[in-house]
Design a protein around this ligand. Sequence first.
Ligand code: UTP
Length: 290
Amino acid sequence: MEINKAVFPVAGLGTRTLPATKVLAKEMLTLVDRPIIQHAVEEALSAGIRELIFVTAETKRIIRDHFQANERLERELEQRGKQELLELVKNIPPSGTVCRYVIQHEPLGLGHAVLCARPLLDDEPFAVILPDDLIYHDERTCLQQMVDVYREKNASVVAVENVAREQVSRYGIIETHNGVDGINRMKSIVEKPAPDKAPSTLAVVGRYIFTPRIMPLLETTPRGAGNEIQLTDAIAALLGQEDVYLCEFRGRRYDCGSILGLMKANVEYALRHEAVGAEFRSYLDDLIKD
Ligand code: UTP
């Protein structure tokens, strides 16, 4: 079955980006000319997904506002003859896209956030995108690459990336079975291991495709590290029932949930930006010379 739905867990507190995120949802911080969440949505659309499910907190209404029509703005743009801008704002999200919202009342972890989307998933396979993990690509997006693997294997797929050994304690780390066809399978997964205990340096990053089997497992996953329901624990349980494949994607990842990652992403995306890239580059050149 095709992947038609994507879940965006966006109910986290965003403590690493305080005070910017005291009031503003971290997913609404801008990356050059649009909020981070819009980049994540564009990636889902690139993979043919048309149903977007946002798992949000009561305090994050602004995300919903961003994906709803702004009639006053549209009227003004129309009256002023700003047709291009009008098209731009009307196209968020493009027509034919459905946005749904579910509230996670308490921040009980990523696993719990994904579980909150269950009533909207109709027992279908689905993608999960963590907007914090922004992945740049110049050809096929990370999710497109993952859908390729999903279509081939008809099984759950997680995006993985090699990280420095001293960073493994920030990620779910996996051990692999090497596939003869070049697509590797997950053998085991461990959440945030100490560098000397990690089975590898291959880390799971914020993109997943799941078969519906993950849901009953999330339902029975007890609270783990940090008293949260860990998605990693449910993936480990899924491995006992079916194969999970890896997508060692091509692309460059930025951790936009941290100030430094957000700054790096902003600089690099600005340098690549069609309208401002060239001028920004010459500005940076001058700045560095001084
Ligand atoms: P993070 O680990 O980045 O946590 O969550 P956080 O609370 O958002 O941010 P910091 O670490 O305090 O700065 C990873 C993803 O899971 C979502 C977050 O919104 C983010 O997309 N999440 C996390 C939830 O939706 N609910 C939760 O209870 C926890």
